[in-house]
Ligand binder design. Structure first.
Ligand code: HAM
Length: 418
């Protein structure tokens, strides 16, 4: 679990602001959800035989003896909220997004943490491939806006319908049984409970076996095939490149039909920055009317690691000005001036010198603050009702302006600032 320190937050804010803007551009609405849900909810939605539910949840009993879990992902809670507030089951489509921390007790490594952050998107009530395409196009636009278009590639697969998965399951079990001696312990157990999960194994010793296994894509039902072809046709027409990866099964049980992952080779082993798919059965499984749904989530730690720091407009996160005050009575005068400036210029980011110090010490702090301007009040300035204005970055001369003129000058200068 990481602390995100002040020098790191600008890249987070840049990412979050860009995401927020792109999502608003597609008409998605924000939803805010609790971090804790009943344990049962995750078991029923993510699936009992998954790494998340078997090994990774932070589960505890509250004072009533209810079993609660820190959310390992956002989809389950989002569906729960949609059901609780009667927002699914009517014919109206819902497009929502959320952000926040998720918790999984994984083995920590670069790009894999126990508390991590996602932005997730969920759409309810639309079954066609058009909305699957919308989600993918939206993420492709986001990568372009973040300067990541060259860093990520799209992998796509279809998991078919429940019936075609069941038929495929039998074929897969038969194949795995004939290679029983090659299976590791986890896979032998899963062979009986959740054989598709065997394909998700990261064990290097299993990879050849997985590679040679029969492919679900070759056993798709006709409707799922047409749905998948429809999605590919839109991506082709708009010009989004993708690779069909028939091994892509995802680590959560609720998916059917479209699944996708955006991956990068720049982050080592943890290369998936954004992943999701269709989960048409989940709303009904959790007690609602049958409602098609599709969504994805992106990992913000991985995206912030990919973003080039030079692309982050740091100026937006620094103060505009640092107010220096040296001499008898100047501290109070500085408070009065600062208050007046803040009142007149609400967008002004003004850092006050607090805690005294001589002129040299205060100017040093002004410099360190990153502000492009120092405003200076000495006894003489206070007596004359003026202030010194010194540019700190581009070597300009110090000017003296009346405090009345300062408001107007700063207002004009702010218009030229990012
Ligand atoms: P997920 O694949 O488990 O899907 O997670 C989505 C993304 O969250 C991953 O691609 C990765 O970027 C990030 N992530 C996951 N675990 C970690 C970790 N331990 N440390 C850092 N980043 C991590 C879901 O969570 C689904 N709820 C997505 C979804 C929404 N499907 C439909 N709607």
């Amino acid at each position: 679990m990481n602390d995100i320190l002040p020098e790191e937050t600008p890249v987070w804010r840049y990412l979050e602001e860009t995401v927020t803007r792109v999502l608003a551009g597609y008409g998605y609405e924000e939803i805010r959800l609790p971090i804790v849900e009943k344990t049962e909810l995750f078991k029923r939605s993510i699936g009992e035989v998954t790494d998340i539910v078997e090994k990774e949840m932070y589960t505890f009993e509250d004072r009533n003896g209810d079993s609660l879990t820190l959310r390992p992902e956002g989809t389950a809670g989002c569906v729960r909220a949609m059901l609780e507030h009667g927002r699914v089951g009517n014919r109206q489509a819902q497009r929502v997004w959320y952000r926040g921390p998720m918790f999984r007790h994984e083995r920590p490594q670069k790009g894999r943490y126990r508390q991590f952050h996602q932005v997730g998107i969920e759409v309810f009530g639309l079954e066609g491939p058009d909305v699957d395409a919308e989600l993918i196009l939206m993420t492709a636009r986001l990568w372009r806006q973040l300067g990541l278009a060259d860093a990520v590639t799209l992998q796509l697969n279809s998991l078919g319908s429940v019936a075609s998965r069941a038929a495929y399951r039998e074929i897969l079990v038969e194949y795995l049984q004939t290679h029983y001696e090659t299976l590791d312990e986890d896979s032998r157990r899963r062979l009986l409970t959740n054989p598709l999960r065997v394909l998700d194994s990261k064990n290097p010793a299993m990879q050849a076996l997985i590679e040679a296994a029969p492919r679900l894509m070759e056993h798709l039902d006709a409707e799922s095939r047409a749905h998948f072809d429809g999605l590919c046709a839109i991506l082709d027409a708009v010009g989004v490149r993708y690779e069909i990866n028939t091994r892509l099964v995802r680590g959560l049980d609720y998916y059917g039909r479209t699944v996708f992952e955006w991956v990068t080779d720049r982050l080592g082993a943890q290369g998936t920055v954004c992943a999701g798919g269709r989960y048409d059965g989940l709303v009904e499984q959790l007690g609602g009317k049958p409602t098609p749904a599709v969504g994805f989530a992106m990992g913000l730690e991985r995206l912030t690691a990919l973003i080039d720091p030079a692309a982050v407009p740091m100026e937006r996160f620094r103060p505009h000005a640092y107010l220096v005050s040296v001499g008898e009575g100047t501290e109070i005068a500085a408070q009065v001036l600062a208050d007046r400036l803040r009142e007149a210029l609400p967008e002004l980011r003004l850092l006050m010198n607090c805690g005294g110090g001589n002129f040299k010490a205060q100017m040093k702090r002004a410099d360190r603050s990153g502000a492009p301007l120092a405003l200076i009040l000495g006894e003489d300035e206070v007596a004359r009702g003026v202030a010194g204005v010194k540019p700190l970055r581009d070597g300009g001369e110090q000017a003296t302006v009346s405090q009345d003129a300062l408001v107007a000058d700063l207002a004009e200068w702010l218009r030229s600032q990012p």
